[in-house]
Design a protein around this ligand. Structure first.
Ligand SMILES: Nc1ncnc2c1ncn2[C@@H]1O[C@H](COP(=O)(O)OP(=O)(O)OP(=O)(O)O)[C@@H](O)[C@H]1O
Ligand SMILES: [Mg+2]
Length: 238
């Protein structure tokens, strides 16, 4: 679907896991510049392992990961972040005892060299982060923490944002807001998005998706198929 020169991320035959156990088995996928792509699959199939492998928290044993024309396989996670990969982990992992402002400042450590910090841009997306700057992040609701986690990643001005189940633990009416924000990041700031999900409303935010099962990519689905809720429910329930 994407030609070589438009690929921002390409993953080729990647095997990865914990200790001696392999979870990902020769996973290959690609994300084109400007695309929104989802990885879906039921619990425990290896979605988080994939995200951790892409950002470099886990080192793959086989295969190659290329980002923006460069093989990043040997790079540490902070180096990958500085090249322009933002990562929003499952469960968000904001620092609950720190203030909202202090949490945002953490994002500065991961920004691309030479790029100024633009908090206005973050506040334009998420006004609450300015309004509640001095509040402890732990007092925020799940949806507000998700805004903070996305805002923190935005500080680093990533070209690619990786989001691991952004809708998890979020009230259904707030899931729509997250979906809208992801679309806005993509359309207005040109951020390429790769996210992991099991929530049908969130999955429809993507332009296409990869289905994962037992550590492997088993199918690729186009946008039209993502709107077929019954088919998607069957895939997620297999
Ligand atoms: N730190 C770890 N050490 C050892 N095994 C792990 C570790 N983390 C995950 N696993 C195992 O790896 C497999 C894939 O887990 P992973 O967290 O990638 O799945 P997932 O698709 O993200 O699941 P979920 O939808 O529940 O978040 C599971 O069998 C899990 O038990
Ligand atoms: Mg997971």
């Amino acid at each position: 679907m994407t030609t070589n020169n438009t690929k921002l991320l390409s993953v080729e035959g990647v095997t990865s896991g914990y200790g001696t156990t392999s979870v990902l088995q020769e996973v290959s996928l690609n994300v084109g510049r400007g695309e929104i792509v989802a990885v879906i699959g039921r619990n425990g199939v290896g979605k988080t392992t994939l995200m951790k492998t892409l950002i470099g928290l886990l080192k793959h044993r086989q295969g190659a990961i290329r980002f923006d024309g460069q093989d990043i396989s040997a790079l540490e996670s902070h180096q990958r972040a500085r090249l322009g990969i933002g990562y929003i982990p499952q469960g968000r992992e904001v620092f609950s005892r720190m203030t909202v402002w202090e949490n945002l400042k953490v994002g500065e450590m991961l920004q691309q060299p030479g790029e100024g910090v633009d908090y206005e841009r973050v506040y334009e997306f998420f006004p609450i982060l300015r309004e509640r700057a001095n509040q402890r992040a732990g007092t925020f609701s799940g949806g507000q923490q998700q805004q903070l986690a996305i805002g923190r990643a935005m500080v680093g001005k990533p070209k690619l944002m990786l989001l691991d189940e952004p809708s998890e633990g979020i009230q259904p009416n707030i899931v729509k807001d997250i979906s809208r924000n992801i679309l806005k990041l993509n359309r207005e700031l040109g951020v390429t998005i790769l996210f992991v999900e099991q929530n049908l409303d969130m999955i429809m935010t993507a332009q296409r998706c990869y289905v994962m099962d037992k550590g492997q990519i088993t199918r690729e689905l186009a946008a039209e198929q993502l709107c077929d809720r019954d088919a998607m429910r069957r895939i997620l329930a297999v």
